[in-house]
Structures are given as structure tokens and as C-alpha cells.
Design a protein around this ligand. Structure first.
Ligand SMILES: [Fe+2]
Ligand SMILES: [Fe+2]
Length: 227
């Protein structure tokens, strides 16, 4: 039997990993001492996951800004409830961006961040097409792939942060699709208000759960948007 106890002791300069296991009736202790490199304190440990978190941070930050602009455009186009939807979902993307930033933890410094960015200020219907395409890319390709990498690399904070985003984007795509259908029929989206979980970005139209079904936090963490 191996892997009975696995301990990691951290001090300023080294990691001490103590592995205790039974072998042939005897208890064997293995001690592995690893030097920390500069800037390696409590950080995300694998560069590929770190890179994915930076990219996702960039993508979410830009989605936030894009939705704020498209929200103003929807208001000008005479669709105040679509404007509300863009504005509320912008906040959800802000939550995702900050979660990814925090999961990146103490990796500090300047990085060149590569992330997909949709551009174009069209009609509200066009903007909704852009929003749906962005959400669907995240749902179908980006987050599932980033999650596989993070799981494989044992990056628990990243796995959580990516999972929260993926679950919210599924809802965003659906809501934007409903809004587009209304707009294409010459109508505003038929909603009153939107609530967003400030912990995971879970998005609810015309309601607020007692407890967030994604992150489990109580209703108090939800932020309500009326415009
Ligand atoms: Fe989204
Ligand atoms: Fe939540």
C-alpha cells in the first residue's frame, strides 16, 4: 500500500514533501525536498494552466467591456430590457475575470495575453449574434479544453474558476438567443430583472434562488439588476 499520507510542508525557500507508505510490513518514509524558484510562492504551478487563466482573464475582461457598449446601443435602439440583459451579464463576466485572476494567484509580472476578442458595433440584433458566438465558443471549445488541462495538472483553483464560468456561459447563450428572437420580431426581451451570483456569475432571469445551484452560496451574494 502506498500513498498513505502525503504531506507538503512549505517554508520560505523549499517544499518538503513527506510520503508515508507501507511496504512488506514496514512503514517507509520518503522525504522529497524541492527548491522553490523565485516567485513560486503559492502560485498556480503549471505554466499551461497559468497561460489559459491569463487568456480567459483577457477574454472575460473584453466580454465585460463589449457588453457594456452593446448595452448602451440596445438602449439607443429602443430595447431597454436587452440593454438590461447585456449590462447584467457584463457583471457576470467581470466575476469570471476576477476569479481567473485570483486563481492565477501570486504569479506576478507582465505578460503578453492572447485571447479572442470580438469587435463590431452593429444593430442590437447583430450584437446579439456576436454575443451568442462568443458564448458558444467558450462553452464548446475554450472552457471544456482549459478544464481538461487544469484537471490533468491538478490545479484545483483553476478547475473551480473555469467550471463556474462554463456553467454561466451556457445560460448566457440561451438568454441572448431568446433576446435575439424577440428583437428580430421587433419586440423587446420580455423580462423584468436579472440576478447574478457575485461568487460564480450564475445568472437568473426574474428570480433568485435561495442558494446558488452552481457554487452553493446563499441568496445574499446575488446582485440584482433592474436596468
Ligand atoms: Fe458569458
Ligand atoms: Fe454562485
Amino acid at each position: 500500500m502506498i500513498d498513505l499520507i502525503f504531506l507538503i510542508i512549505r517554508n520560505r525557500n523549499i517544499y518538503v514533501n513527506i510520503l508515508t507508505h507501507y511496504q512488506h510490513g514496514a512503514i517507509i518514509l520518503s522525504v522529497i525536498i524541492t527548491n522553490k524558484s523565485k516567485g513560486d510562492l503559492d502560485m498556480v504551478k503549471n505554466e499551461m494552466t497559468a497561460q489559459n487563466l491569463r487568456s480567459a482573464f483577457g477574454g472575460e475582461s473584453q466580454a465585460y467591456q463589449r457588453y457594456k457598449v452593446w448595452s448602451q446601443k440596445a438602449m439607443k435602439d429602443g430595447f431597454p430590457k436587452v440593454s438590461l440583459l447585456f449590462n447584467a451579464i457584463a457583471y457576470a463576466e467581470e466575476v469570471h475575470a476576477s476569479n481567473h485572476f485570483e486563481a492565477h494567484e501570486n504569479v506576478s509580472g507582465d505578460f503578453l495575453v492572447a485571447s479572442g476578442a470580438g469587435f463590431g458595433l452593429g444593430s442590437t440584433s447583430d450584437n446579439l449574434v456576436g454575443a451568442i458566438a462568443g458564448e458558444d465558443f467558450e462553452i464548446e471549445q475554450m472552457y471544456p479544453t482549459y478544464s481538461i488541462v487544469a484537471k490533468d495538472q491538478g490545479e484545483k483553483d483553476a478547475v473551480k474558476s473555469l467550471h463556474y464560468a462554463l456553467e454561466a456561459e451556457k445560460i448566457h447563450s440561451k438568454l441572448y438567443s431568446e433576446a435575439k428572437e424577440a428583437v428580430d420580431n421587433g419586440e423587446d426581451y420580455d423580462i423584468e430583472y436579472v440576478t447574478i451570483c457575485s461568487v460564480c456569475g450564475h445568472t437568473v432571469v426574474d428570480g433568485q434562488p435561495e442558494k446558488c445551484p452552481i457554487c452553493g452560496q446563499p441568496k445574499e451574494v446575488f446582485k440584482r439588476f433592474d436596468e
